[in-house]
Design a protein around this ligand. Structure first.
Ligand SMILES: Cc1cc2nc3c(=O)[nH]c(=O)nc-3n(C[C@H](O)[C@H](O)[C@H](O)COP(=O)(O)OP(=O)(O)OC[C@H]3O[C@@H](n4cnc5c(N)ncnc54)[C@H](O)[C@@H]3O)c2cc1C
Ligand code: FES
Length: 337
């Protein structure tokens, strides 16, 4: 166990030898800035004033030579080799409502939602609560480093976490999860993390935008919405995008929720309809951000917006947010990498 001191105050916390400075800070209830937790965004950079650390992920995409020269390190990857003093601006926004825990998950069920999206349901070795829309780190056996996956369920007791995961061609973690992990197998889980959780105190209609791998957190947000007393009387619109009809899913899970078709509205769309057989998809066509713009126009400014999906979709939605002058505080997402 190492002691970490933050400059400019009396803040200290303990960090286990196999933990990272960011995650230990969040476990201690501190608001250490972050987003992806896997070395890709750079939001967790801090300055090392004293002590020695090492990055868990040596090829972190967010880390540059310039950072190294300026004694900056990624909090989500930095493991301490000694007691350390670090400089970072803590912010209440990043404090965890449910501090992350390291637990073991035992796989007890799987279900296919499409040809390449499968749900993996784990029972936890000890309960760990999370908010709708949050994610966890999965330590997949034989795979270097952790991968982030969003929970698709909601929970009252923290006993189960479910993940809807899209297979990535030649992906290390998804390849193992889809092809090797069996019912009864155990894997390491760490969470919850993430700031894109359901805001029950925001008195607005909700727009969930999901593409492909972004299904899970948006399903969790929708389930949280259906359960929420505070959000009664509001509407939730769920726009789900895929390339082709076979990529489309989500409706059966939403249909199970009270209010489906009344306060919960599902709008699937595909971006590459078959030109030889247009009748095969009678629904909406285009990208989710364009569908949202056409459907809601200037009303977007009055909505609470959650989104998740591949980087290209996130970039397009971010541009839409700027174009439509949607207040940033109403927009919630954790960038996927
Ligand atoms: C916050 C967040 C939430 C996500 N939620 C979901 C979800 O709900 N469903 C879903 O299908 N996908 C989700 N993803 C994407 C997921 O984490 C994986 O990137 C994706 O499944 C590909 O993993 P792979 O190992 O199969 O592919 P690979 O191509 O083998 O790995 C690529 C990913 O792993 C990262 N990586 C590579 N080496 C390391 C390492 N040593 N340590 C840490 N990371 C490494 C890469 O930066 C890249 O992001 C999420 C990502 C983030 C950041
Ligand atoms: S790089 Fe550390 S949180 Fe994204």
């Amino acid at each position: 166990m190492k002691q970490i001191t933050i400059t400019g105050g009396n803040t200290t916390f303990e960090c286990a030898d196999d933990d990272t400075i960011l995650r230990a800070a969040l476990r201690a209830g501190l608001g250490f800035p972050y987003e992806c937790n896997v070395g890709s965004c750079g939001n967790c950079l801090f300055e090392l004033v004293e002590g020695e650390v090492e990055h868990e992920r040596k090829d972190s995409p967010a880390y540059t030579e310039r950072h190294a020269q300026r004694k900056r390190w990624l909090g989500c990857q930095a493991k301490p080799h000694s007691d350390c003093t670090v400089k970072v601006s803590l912010r209440d926004h990043y404090k965890s409502i449910h501090p992350p825990k390291r637990v073991t998950g035992s796989l007890y069920a799987v279900e296919d939602h499409t040809h390449d999206i499968r749900e993996f349901r784990f029972k936890l070795s000890e309960p760990a609560m999370f908010l709708p829309g949050q994610y966890a780190l999965l330590y997949v056996p034989g795979v270097e480093g952790a991968r982030a996956y969003s929970m698709g369920n909601i929970t009252e007791d923290g006993k189960e976490w479910h993940f809807q995961i899209k297979r990535v061609p030649n992906g290390a973690a998804t390849g193992t999860l889809f092809d090797k992990i069996r019912i009864g197998d155990e894997i390491g889980l760490d969470g919850p993390y993430g700031m894109a959780y359901l805001r029950e105190d925001a008195p607005r209609d909700i727009l969930c935008l999901a593409g492909g791998s972004g299904l899970s957190p948006m399903i969790s947000i929708s389930r949280g919405f259906a359960r929420s007393e505070k959000l009664k009387g509001r509407n939730l619109h769920f726009i789900y995008g895929g390339r082709a009809a076979r990529d489309i899913c989500g409706e059966p899970m939403l249909k199970d929720l009270p209010g489906f078709g009344e306060s919960i509205h599902y709008h699937p769309a595909i971006s590459m309809p078959d030109p030889d057989n247009p009748a095969a998809w009678p629904g909406l066509t285009g990208f989710v951000h364009d569908i949202a713009a056409n459907m809601f126009g200037d009303k977007l400014k009055d909505m609470e917006i959650y989104f998740a999906g591949p980087p290209a979709m996130a970039e397009a939605v971010t541009r839409l947010v700027v174009e439509k002058k949607i207040p940033p505080a109403q927009v919630h997402y954790d960038q996927f990498y």
